[in-house]
Design a binder for this molecule. Structure first.
Ligand SMILES: [Fe+2]
Ligand SMILES: [Fe+2]
Length: 201
């Protein structure tokens, strides 16, 4: 990825290399158009300034998106080659790329304070992205997974191969970044697991 600002559709395509791995040209175009509109409707001149999460606001969202995309590709290989499962690669990849597409419109970060855009809160995350997906011709199956992916805002992803891949890709990407940033992981915040060490006496 170059160091220039991420503003246009070609910039987005370059900044998210996984888009090129979507086989369907129409889906590639719809994915990029959805991201382009999210950026247009956000206050950010450059996607690199849009924050990843309320508990890691100084970490750019684009890092998380590419981490999730790469983990989804890894898990697609594991599911199909190691388990012999069948997965729709385009649906999986498009969902991974788009799952957090609404964050630039919802999250606000000025370099100091994190907040939400007017009238928005964490419970809007997913639903706003799904509506934007549908507006740009993203298939309903992908849009509905975007709508439900957040366990904080909705019921979470379905127990299909595609849903399972994106769930774990998203959570491990979030949680490794959380450990790196010194904040609590999602899996530890949502379950009564030991917080500091796996060792027990
Ligand atoms: Fe999310
Ligand atoms: Fe995410």
């Amino acid at each position: 990825m170059s160091n220039s600002a991420i503003r246009s559709i070609p910039d987005l395509a370059e900044a998210m290399p996984a888009v090129a791995k979507i086989a369907s040209p129409a889906l590639r175009e719809a994915v990029l158009a959805t991201w382009g509109t999210s950026l247009e409707r956000s206050p950010y001149e450059d996607l690199a300034h849009s924050p990843q999460a309320p508990h890691m606001p100084s970490r750019p969202l684009i890092l998380h998106i590419n981490e999730v995309n790469q983990r989804a590709l890894d898990l697609l290989r594991v599911a199909t080659e190691e388990y012999g499962l069948t997965a729709d690669a385009d649906v999986t990849l498009a969902t991974a790329i788009l799952h957090d597409v609404d964050k630039p419109m919802i999250y606000r970060w000025d370099g100091q304070d994190f907040s939400y855009s007017d009238g928005r809160s964490l419970k809007d995350h997913g639903a706003v992205g799904a509506e934007l997906c549908l507006l740009h011709g993203v298939p309903l199956e992908v849009a509905e997974m975007v709508r439900h992916h957040s366990a904080f805002a909705s019921e979470g992803l379905p127990g299909t191969v595609e849903g399972t891949i994106v769930h774990y890709a998203d959570f491990v990407s979030n949680d490794f970044a959380a450990i790196l940033s010194g904040v609590e992981t999602i899996h530890a915040s949502t379950r009564p697991v030991p917080k500091n060490s796996a060792r027990r006496s």
